[in-house]
Design a protein around this ligand. Structure first.
Ligand SMILES: Cc1ncc(C[n+]2csc(CCOP(=O)(O)OP(=O)(O)O)c2C)c(N)n1
Ligand SMILES: [Mg+2]
Length: 363
């Protein structure tokens, strides 16, 4: 018998602003100038806080941090498409998105100095804390969406971020498979920043794209320009809308670049060429968005100056507040495990406090 073709697949790539910030008018999302300014401010704030924290780390005033510079369009654009009642599930490279969910600027400083209080978002309890265990956040995002469905919260979706390297984890496949079979409103947002520490994207998977993995699970998938905040917003919003309408999950591969070190414990000059970094710096997501806003007359040099001054002052005040903080609570991780403390947790907390008390006595 001759072979029959039983399936044909195609995959799309979305870009709304080109590398210079020039717009494709047919694809422009409907956002007011106020909304666009808010989004731009969020990206700019994330960049400034990231740079400031890097300096603090280099001065020995902050612990190890992952650097998020270059990926602001991904995290801010996608988060901007969320409702407060949706689930935000991230790993560790979503600084701008977390701030947009109401996280105080001081939180990452607290967290990266080893205090669990920095994980607590006082504004939005549907924002899960930083997660370092690659891929393990994906089943949680699916579970959260499923939980919302069981509670009758039909409109609530999950947005989950992960890196290109995390697609090699079993959790990635298990989570997408469950979400697909249950038709859950989950947006799987892969920040393909080309590197997983020193492992390049080409050594991570033999697929031409990460987006095409959606096809094998029977869900929508799209590759987008991850340095184009309008493409990110549009793709995420469309995916969330489809999810809310009962059409299931989407896999978005956002092609971006990690401009800085993986973490401050890493030296990327040992495994990647400066020319590659320079090439990507021409696609800076913030500059590109600024060009678009200026062209649209939605931004000006005066507004830029006011914003820069405000953000600088806000960050410097935060650093002061952070360095004046002394009253950290060593048993705070136990506070957030369950809504109501179980007997086991109560016993563990007591044991832990006793232990550190003993250590202190022995010191
Ligand atoms: C399960 C697990 N394995 C290994 C690590 C060590 N590790 C931390 S980050 C990282 C690379 C992750 O790359 P990617 O998923 O592309 O995210 P990126 O850091 O580029 O944002 C590795 C291997 C980990 N944190 N968790
Ligand atoms: Mg990566």
């Amino acid at each position: 018998m001759p072979l029959k073709t039983i399936g044909k697949f195609s995959l799309s790539y979305l870009q709304v602003l080109d590398d210079k910030g020039k717009l494709d008018e047919n694809l422009e999302p409907k956002l007011s100038n106020t909304e666009l300014n808010k989004l731009y401010r969020a990206m700019y704030l994330a960049r400034q806080l990231d740079s400031r924290m890097l300096k603090l780390q280099r001065q020995g005033r902050l612990g190890t941090i992952p650097v998020c510079t270059g990926q602001e369009a991904c995290v801010c654009g996608a988060t901007f498409a969320l409702r407060d009642s949706d689930w935000f599930v991230g790993s560790y490279r979503e600084l701008g998105g977390r701030l947009m969910r109401g996280e105080p600027l001081i939180n990452p400083m607290i967290y990266y100095n080893g205090y669990e209080e920095g994980s607590f978002n006082p504004v939005n309890d549907r924002t899960l804390p930083i997660n370092i265990i690659l891929g393990s956040q994906l089943p949680h995002a699916v579970g959260a969406a499923y939980g919302s469905r069981l509670k009758g919260e039909k409109e609530n979706a999950s947005l989950v971020f992960f890196g290109d390297g995390s697609t090699s984890e079993g959790d990635f496949h298990e989570a997408i498979n469950f979400a697909a079979v249950w038709k859950l409103p989950v947006v799987f947002f892969c920040q393909n920043n080309q590197w997983a520490i020193s492992t390049p994207r080409a050594n991570q998977t033999h697929s031409e794209s990460i987006a095409q993995k959606a096809i094998s699970y029977g869900i929508d998938g799209i590759q987008i320009d991850g340095n184009d905040v309008l493409a990110v917003y549009k793709a995420t919003k469309d995916a969330l809308d489809r999810g809310r309408a009962g059409e299931g999950p989407t896999l978005i591969e956002a092609v971006t670049y990690r401009m800085g070190v993986h973490t401050t414990a890493d030296d990327p000059t040992r495994y990647r060429k400066n020319a590659e970094v320079e090439e990507w710096s021409k696609k800076d997501p913030i500059k590109r968005f600024e060009n678009y806003l200026i062209e649209k007359k939605a931004w000006s040099a005066r507004k830029q100056k006011t914003m820069e001054d405000e953000i600088k002052a806000e960050i410097e005040q935060t650093v002061k507040d952070f360095e004046n903080m002394t009253d950290f609570k060593p048993d705070s991780p136990f506070d957030y495990l369950f809504e109501t403390e179980t007997d086991d947790i109560k016993a563990l907390r007591a044991e832990f406090l006793n232990e550190i008390g003993k250590d202190a006595d022995n010191a």
